[in-house]
Design a binder for this molecule. Structure first.
Ligand code: FE2
Ligand code: FE2
Ligand code: FE2
Ligand code: FE2
Length: 321
C-alpha cells in the first residue's frame, strides 16, 4: 500500500512537472494526495505556495537590482550607500529568498533540480525570448530584438549543458560539462533605450525571469556542493553568473533600470514600503487564515524586515540631500 502510494505520488509529481513546462513559473504546487500518510507533506495550501512563489520572485528581483544599484553608488562615490545596497541585497537573497524557498520546497535532488532548470531554459529558448524578439522587431525596437535573440541562443546552450549533466547524474557515466564564461555587462545610470510599451513590459518580465534563474541556480549549487558533486555546483554557479551579469544586466541597460543614486534609493524605498505595508501583511493574513503558521510567521517577520530596509534607505537618502 505504502509503495503503491509512493508511486501514485511520484506520478502526480511528474504530471505536475509536465504541466509546468507551459509556464515560466516555478514547479512548486503541492500535489493533492488522497492518502493520509501524505497529509503531513501537503502542509501548505495552494494560496500559501503561490504567495511564497511571488515572494521568491520579488526577493530575487530585489537582490539583482540592489546589486546594480550598489555598483552605481560606488561609481558615484556614495560608498556608504553602495555598502547599504549590498548588505540589503544579501538579506533579500540569503535570508528572505532562502527561507521562502525552504518553506516552498524549491530545492530537490540534483536530478530534480536539473529537470526543473531544463524546463525553464527550454521555455525561455523556444517560447519566451523568441516571442519577445519578434514583438520587439514588430515594434521597431531593433536593439531589444537583437538582445532577446542572443539570449534565446544562450538559453538553448544552458538547456543542452543541463541535459548532459542530467545524463551524467542519473547514469553515473559521463561528465558534467564546465559552464561557459559570463561576459559581465556594465550597467551605468541611463534612460530606457526602447520605445514600445510592449518591449518595456517584456524586458521587465525577462529581468524577473533572469533574477529568479540566478537565485534558483545558486540554491541548486549549494545543494550540489552538499551532496559532494562539485562539478555540478560549478555548472550551476557559472550558469547563474551568465543569468545575472550578462542577461539581467544587458536587459537592465535597455530598460534603464539604473538611475542616479537618488533615483535608485527612491525606487528601493517605494518597493520596500509596498512589501512592508501591503504585500507581506496580506500574505501573512491569508496564511494565518488557512493555518499555515510557519509561512505566516515568515511573511510577518519579512514585512518587519522590509520596513527596516525602507527606513535605512530613507535615512541614506536624507543624508544625500
Ligand atoms: Fe526582502
Ligand atoms: Fe539560462
Ligand atoms: Fe538567462
Ligand atoms: Fe527588503
Amino acid at each position: 500500500m505504502f509503495r503503491h502510494s509512493i508511486r501514485t505520488f511520484l506520478v502526480s509529481l511528474c504530471a505536475l512537472t509536465a504541466a509546468s513546462q507551459a509556464a515560466p513559473a516555478l514547479a512548486l504546487a503541492a500535489p493533492a494526495s488522497p492518502h493520509p500518510q501524505f497529509q503531513a507533506a501537503r502542509a501548505l495550501r495552494a494560496q500559501t505556495l503561490s504567495d511564497l512563489n511571488t515572494a521568491i520572485k520579488g526577493e530575487a528581483f530585489a537582490y539583482a537590482s540592489y546589486s546594480l544599484f550598489g555598483t552605481q553608488a560606488d561609481g558615484a562615490a556614495h560608498v556608504a550607500v553602495g555598502r547599504l545596497f549590498r548588505t540589503t541585497a544579501q538579506t533579500e537573497l540569503n535570508e528572505h529568498l532562502h527561507e521562502a524557498a525552504t518553506l516552498a520546497g524549491l530545492v530537490g535532488t540534483n536530478a530534480a533540480n536539473l529537470r526543473q532548470a531544463i524546463n525553464g531554459e527550454t521555455y525561455e529558448n523556444q517560447v519566451m525570448y523568441r516571442g519577445f524578439a519578434a514583438e520587439a522587431r514588430q515594434d521597431g525596437d531593433a536593439k531589444a530584438a537583437e538582445l532577446f535573440t542572443e539570449i534565446a541562443a544562450d538559453e538553448g546552450r544552458h538547456r543542452d549543458a543541463f541535459r548532459t549533466a542530467l545524463a551524467a547524474v542519473t547514469s553515473g557515466h559521463g561528465t558534467v560539462p564546465a559552464p561557459s564564461a559570463a561576459r559581465t555587462v556594465a550597467v551605468p545610470a541611463g534612460l530606457p533605450q526602447v520605445r514600445a510599451a510592449r518591449t518595456k513590459a517584456n524586458l521587465d518580465t525577462a529581468m524577473h525571469g533572469e533574477a529568479l534563474a540566478y537565485a534558483k541556480y545558486m540554491n541548486f549549487a549549494a545543494h550540489a556542493k552538499q551532496s559532494g558533486n562539485s562539478a555540478l555546483a560549478r555548472l550551476w554557479e557559472g550558469t547563474a553568473a551568465v543569468e545575472l551579469h550578462e542577461h539581467f544586466a544587458g536587459e537592465a541597460v535597455l530598460a534603464g533600470r539604473v538611475g542616479t543614486t537618488k533615483e535608485n534609493l527612491d525606487k528601493a524605498i517605494t518597493g520596500e514600503r509596498s512589501e512592508a505595508t501591503t504585500l507581506y501583511p496580506g500574505f501573512a493574513k491569508q496564511a494565518t487564515a488557512v493555518g499555515d503558521t510557519a509561512a505566516a510567521n515568515f511573511f510577518r517577520n519579512t514585512a518587519a524586515d522590509e520596513a527596516r530596509h525602507a527606513a535605512a534607505f530613507q535615512s541614506a537618502l536624507n543624508r544625500l540631500r
